[in-house]
Structure formats: C-alpha cells, structure tokens
Design a protein around this ligand. Structure first.
Ligand code: NAD
Length: 256
C-alpha cells in the first residue's frame, strides 16, 4: 500500500467510526472472511471447499437425507477446522464495538460460534451453528466432540446426526429471518465484514439497510458486488487488521 493509500484508508476508518457513533442502532453482517484468520478457510476463494465438493451434491438437505455418510466426508473436514478454532482480532474487535455501545447485533452467516467466543452477546446465527449436532429421528442433541468418537457420528438411537447448520434447501430459522429483517430496516449503520454476499437471503440485508437510509461500511480483502452497489465506505484489507483500527477510532469518538 502506498503512503497515499494508507492515508486514505486511515481517513475512511475515521469516517466509518463517525457513521457508527452518529447512528442510534448499528448492525454487523459477517461472513466466512472474518474467520479466515482463525484458520477456517472461506468457501469461495481459490482452494476453498466448493472447489473440491459440488454444492448440490454435498451441500443440500436432500443430499444429506439421501446419503448422510457421503455428506459427512465434507462435514468432517469442516468440523475438524472449526472445533479447535479460536476467535481472532476481528471477532474480538466486533465484541468491543458492542461493549462500547456502538453495535446492537451481529448477524452472522458463519457456523463457527466465534463471535460468541470473541465477546459478542447479541448474535443472530443465520445459518445455524456447527458446534452442536442433532438427531433428525429423535431430536437428541450432542456437542461437536461427538465427531472425535465416531465418523459419521451417530445418535444412541442409531440415526446419523446432522450438524445444526442450514443446508441449501433448508429454511432460514424464522426468528433469525424476522429479526434480521427488522434490524436491517431500522439500523443507521451496517458493518459488512468478510462476505462475498452471494448467498440469499442473507445477501439482501445490505440492500434493505441501504433503502432504510443506513450508512454501509464494508470490510473485505477485495471489492464485492456490494462495493459498487450499496457500500458507502469500503475499507480494504484483512478483517483482523482493519477491525481493531476501527475500534480505536470508535473509542476515540466515544470518549470525546
Ligand atoms: P464466501 O466464502 O463466499 O466469501 C468470503 C469473503 O470474505 C470473500 O469476499 C473474501 O474476499 C473475503 N475474505 C477472505 N479473507 C478475508 C479476510 N481475512 N478479511 C476480510 N475479508 C476476507 O463466504 P460467505 O459470503 O460467508 O458465504 C459462504 C457461506 O458458507 C456462508 O453462508 C457460511 O455459512 C458458510 N461458511 C462458513 C464458514 C465459517 O463458519 N467460518 C466458513 C466457510 C463457509
């Protein structure tokens, strides 16, 4: 980054902090990119999961119901990376923005529980959580450790367990859908971090917020289709580097 670009980024971070501090209600929408620095690869970057597994063959609920053993080959890889992952500077920074009163809720598409572990209390899990598994036959639930003892993990009733995540073809949990819509339509600032915004309906949230008049701040290592369509302030870079700078700028404004 040139000196000029660094200066521009610093000015934009201050501007973003100002947007957050002047709004009565801010929301964050996060995606796989915020957890990349915790060692969990995203799905769409080169080398990502979808390059090796066909989405419909492995990622749909009908695929799981038809052949759970096969789908667990992919799920085992996800479970392995998620179970020992720790929150990074971006998750912790987002938690701090909530603590200083500038963030109401995080709507996350991630299934890794790292926002909660990083100190955020209000989290809407749009796509569920991989840290628990459920039996589709008898509804018993288990912790993710179950994957260490047998693969595919089974319920005591004999059925193969399903992680509590939303597969393609499954409905978004109604409460998550409703609450996210309400927050998006009433927020004054939306912080979008590490999402390619290709998965619906989560990717409608920035447009809904924009229409409601919110300032849209986007943090990503590269521009997305949101950047030109709805983003007001684009902060290029790794979430683990940009979010802590945003926290510092926000703290400075709050203490004034
Ligand atoms: P995606 O893989 O489609 O996009 C990730 C985005 O993050 C990209 O735009 C990329 O440029 C950006 N990015 C990568 N590294 C970054 C970094 N260090 N800092 C900032 N940005 C970075 O992810 P998505 O939009 O969230 O959609 C994928 C779906 O897959 C989601 O619905 C999610 O449920 C699931 N998923 C979850 C996890 C997880 O829980 N950690 C991981 C992979 C996929």
């Amino acid at each position: 980054m040139t000196a000029k670009e660094t200066k521009k980024l610093e000015a934009n971070i201050k501007e973003a902090a100002k947007v957050l501090s002047q709004s009565a209600l801010n929301v964050a929408l996060t995606g796989a990119g915020i957890s990349v620095e915790s060692g969990i690869p995203d799905f769409r970057s080169p080398g990502g999961l979808w390059e090796r597994y066909d989405i419909m063959e492995y990622g749909s609920i009908s695929a799981f119901r038809n052949n759970p053993e096969k789908v667990w080959k992919m799920l085992a890889e996800i479970g392995d990376t998620i179970k020992d992952a720790k929150p990074n500077r971006a998750h912790k920074g987002v938690g701090q923005i909530e603590q200083i009163g500038l963030l109401h809720t995080v709507i996350t598409q991630n299934i890794d529980n790292l926002h909660q572990e990083g100190g955020t209390t209000n989290v809407i899990e749009y796509h569920g959580n991989f840290k628990t598994l459920s039996c589709l036959a008898c509804a018993r639930t288990y912790g993710i450790e179950k994957v260490d003892s047998e693969m595919p993990p089974k319920c005591t009733c004999g059925e193969i367990l399903k992680p509590d995540i939303i597969f393609f073809g499954e409905a978004i949990p109604p409460e998550a859908l409703r609450d996210s819509y309400e927050l998006a339509s009433s927020c004054g600032g939306l912080l979008v971090i590490g999402t390619s915004a290709q998965v619906t309906p989560a990717n409608t949230i920035p447009g809904i917020a924009k229409q409601a008049g919110a300032g849209i701040i986007e943090i990503n290592v590269e521009p997305t289709h949101l950047t030109t369509l709805v983003t007001d302030i684009f902060l290029p870079g790794k979430a683990g580097e940009i979010v802590p700078k945003l926290v510092d700028a926000a703290k400075e404004l709050v203490s004034q």
